[in-house]
Design a protein around this ligand. Structure first.
Ligand SMILES: *[C@@H]1O[C@H](CO)[C@@H](O)[C@H](O)[C@H]1NC(C)=O
Ligand SMILES: *[C@@H]1O[C@H](CO)[C@@H](O)[C@H](O)[C@H]1NC(C)=O
Ligand SMILES: *[C@@H]1O[C@H](CO)[C@@H](O)[C@H](O)[C@H]1NC(C)=O
Ligand SMILES: *[C@@H]1O[C@H](CO)[C@@H](O)[C@H](O)[C@H]1NC(C)=O
Ligand SMILES: *[C@@H]1O[C@H](CO)[C@@H](O)[C@H](O)[C@H]1NC(C)=O
Ligand SMILES: *[C@@H]1O[C@H](CO)[C@@H](O)[C@H](O)[C@H]1NC(C)=O
Ligand SMILES: [Zn+2]
Length: 426
């Protein structure tokens, strides 16, 4: 046991004593929480809910502040085969502070709901939820409460906009990759997230890929992704579960969004955005949620924001359980990691299988053909039917290419064999 574990253990005893003697109903207050308070909140969550939480840092900001993630779910520290993982990333722009507090309240909602609310409990039994309250603690640190517009604190400590800092698949991004961005890139390569949202302020809208155009000739209109139907469904799930977001009067001055959703590029183009990167690099379905017209409103408004967003935040994540999932395995039933699973007709987007060979593909009801490919294996297709409200399980077995080359060796010899037989017969 190292010192930290020792301190944590005593912390826990003290916390529990305080909890019993004072009151266990004390809940998270509606104020803004700085980094110290945030870390205390996250540690306390792991002390009270050790069985369903896992707190980890994916790296540090430019100023050396840990980028904390709290993962929540039953047996969250173990691998449960084919259990999907989802994520929320708040406060990517440091001055867009509402999402930061919404993430803290959402954590509390899940933790207190586990074991007391059946819907929340069922969901946490079959899903891993990873919440990063802030991706830009340095920017938040210099942001000014009460500032509805403007840019102070938006960027990281080196002055880079983190939602313009990812590699872009359509147009080269020349801004140097920041440590916060790199940490996210490693994280999503290492954990196989299926569904995700990054949260902002300054508008009221759910924005879905693509944010960028796949052609220099297109300069306006929507940049439609192959999974446009699914993305619209996901975005609508959020806005229709939100108290007012799908109603046009709720849009901020000057904006007009039908049902509170928009294709990213149709609104304005973003080069190096996080959502396109998630989707095109690993197949994680990510959308961008703008949840407040005012970027950093007075804390008195936080209770309203929470009551409007809480069902939306929850219902959006439940959509991870639609479509198809399964294992990509070899002929000896060994999982094949890093295989690419495509939906035929929706290429080139693919889901990269997890280290356990798992894939998930969110789809609306219908008939589809899945295609799996991996280096050293024969590409294979399978047909699936997706029904409403349930996920279809379909494993895909890939044969080794050796088998083929053996086969083709025979194929090469076959004419000679036939020729020799013909000659013998003659
Ligand atoms: C710690 O968490 C418990 C349970 O959610 C809560 O009752 C208590 O107020 C929290 N304490 C602090 C210091 O956050
Ligand atoms: C965070 O806020 C608390 C309470 O207002 C304060 O005591 C503490 O110094 C603050 N910490 C930082 C790092 O700003
Ligand atoms: C349980 O949680 C679900 C999902 O967030 C919510 O819709 C429902 O109102 C909650 N039920 C109760 C009794 O709080
Ligand atoms: C990848 O994730 C696992 C947990 O699933 C963690 O133990 C490991 O340290 C991570 N590796 C890297 C390189 O981030
Ligand atoms: C972008 O366009 C090229 C050329 O038409 C195409 O080959 C490629 O698949 C497209 N990429 C995406 C992600 O749609
Ligand atoms: C699977 O393929 C490998 C390589 O082609 C072969 O050696 C092995 O016997 C096969 N296993 C089964 C169960 O067919
Ligand atoms: Zn933003």
């Amino acid at each position: 046991m190292n010192t930290i574990q020792y301190i944590l253990r005593w912390d826990r005893v003290i916390m529990l004593l305080v909890g019993y003697t004072v009151s266990r109903v004390a809940s998270l207050d509606f104020t803004y929480h700085n980094q110290t308070q945030l870390e205390r909140f996250l540690r306390n969550a792991t002390l009270y809910y050790p069985d369903i939480t896992d707190l980890y840092s994916i790296g540090q900001s430019v100023r050396g502040v840990d980028l904390w993630v709290l993962a929540i779910g039953r047996d969250i520290k173990s691998h449960v085969p084919l259990r999907p993982h989802v994520k929320y990333i708040g406060n990517i722009h440091g001055n867009e502070a509402v999402s930061r507090e919404m993430m803290m309240h959402f954590i509390e909602y899940l933790l207190t709901g586990y074991g007391s609310n059946e819907t929340v409990t069922d969901f946490l039994k079959k899903t891993g939820v990873h919440v990063m309250v802030t991706m830009n603690p340095d920017g938040y640190g210099i942001s000014i409460m009460g500032t509805c517009t403007g840019y102070v604190g938006r960027e990281n400590a080196n002055g880079y906009d983190l939602n313009r800092n990812f590699p872009d698949f359509f147009k080269a991004n020349t801004s140097p990759v920041q440590v916060e961005t790199k940490a996210i890139m490693n994280w999503i390569q290492n954990r196989s997230f299926v569904l995700s949202a990054n949260l902002h302020g300054g508008a009221m809208v759910a924005n879905y890929p693509f944010d960028s155009y796949n052609s220099t000739s297109q300069t306006s209109g929507a940049s439609i992704s192959p999974d446009d139907d699914v993305f619209q469904h996901l975005a609508l799930t959020y806005t229709r579960s939100h108290a007012t977001m799908s109603l046009s009067p709720e849009t901020c001055p000057g904006d007009h969004f039908v049902n509170g959703i928009t294709n990213g590029a149709q609104w304005y183009t973003v080069n190096g955005g996080m959502q396109d990167y998630n989707y095109l690099s690993v197949g994680c379905m990510e959308i961008t949620i703008e949840m407040a017209c005012c970027k950093f409103p007075q804390p008195s408004q936080l209770p309203q924001f929470w009551s409007k967003n809480k069902d939306a935040l929850f219902n959006f994540l439940t959509k991870v359980h639609i479509g198809a999932k399964g294992l990509v395995i070899d002929n000896d039933s060994n999982p094949i990691p890093n295989a690419r699973v495509y939906v035929v007709g929706r290429e080139p987007v693919h889901f990269k299988t997890s280290k356990y060979g798992e894939y998930w593909k969110l789809l609306l009801p219908g008939k589809y053909t899945l295609k799996a490919e991996a280096d050293g294996y024969l590409t294979t297709t399978v047909s699936i039917v997706v029904h409403d409200g349930v996920v279809t399980r379909k494993d895909i077995m890939l044969m080794n290419t050796d088998v083929k080359s053996e086969g083709s060796k025979h194929a090469v010899y076959l004419p000679f064999i036939l020729l020799s037989m013909t000659m013998i017969l003659l």
